[in-house]
Design a protein around this ligand. Structure first.
Ligand SMILES: [Zn+2]
Ligand SMILES: [Zn+2]
Length: 182
């Protein structure tokens, strides 16, 4: 959802707090699509003067993901914070509390539209992109699927040889590839 900043920037030293729903149904990341089960953003905005806006966002998103070993669907919650100083004149943001000072100084942001609309979905997804885990697992010791027969090994042993070579079922090849990556 987009919010209009023109009312905020009409007066100096004005503040706005709001909770904005995330409307996009899917989050695209590295060629994968993750359905958004729930999502909203708590925003605190402060316009000091001259179209300089301090922004603090707390982002709550629940993504439908899958265990990287056994493919069990998982509801993965994310609670993320993002804060910056926006310059609406330059369409740039300077991150606050950034320890790595060379990084993201006055970075151009894509969540500002026509210098006055804040695209909260884009802000949330940008923040999520830099916080996505490499993989998620249903449990820390998930045994995954047998690369030969595809049985979920959390539900018991399948009896296949652990030294079996390439998967016989081509549908299992992709899951076998996942094993090689781990
Ligand atoms: Zn699993
Ligand atoms: Zn098996």
């Amino acid at each position: 959802m987009q919010i209009d900043l023109s009312e905020l920037t009409a007066a100096n030293d004005s503040r706005k707090e709001c909770t904005v729903p995330i409307e996009k149904a899917e989050f695209s990341f590295q060629k994968e699509q993750y359905p958004v089960e729930e999502g909203h953003c708590d925003l605190r905005l402060h316009h000091s003067a001259d179209r300089q806006v301090e922004l603090e966002a707390t982002i709550h998103i629940v993504l439908m993901m899958a265990c990287a070993r056994c493919a069990k669907p998982l509801s993965e919650p994310f609670d993320l914070t993002y804060s910056c100083k926006l310059d609406l004149n330059k369409k740039t943001a300077t991150k606050k509390e950034e320890t790595d000072e060379d990084d993201d100084e006055d970075a151009f942001v894509n969540f500002l539209i026509n210098d006055r609309f804040l695209d909260v979905d884009a802000l949330a997804f940008d923040t999520l992109s830099v916080n996505m885990p490499f993989a998620v697992y249903c449990t820390e010791d998930c045994k995954g699927l047998c690369p030969v027969c595809g049985k979920n090994l959390n539900e018991g042993d399948c009896g296949c040889s652990a030294t079996a070579d390439e998967p016989k079922d081509p549908r299992m090849a992709r899951i076998a590839d996942l094993f090689k990556e781990v």
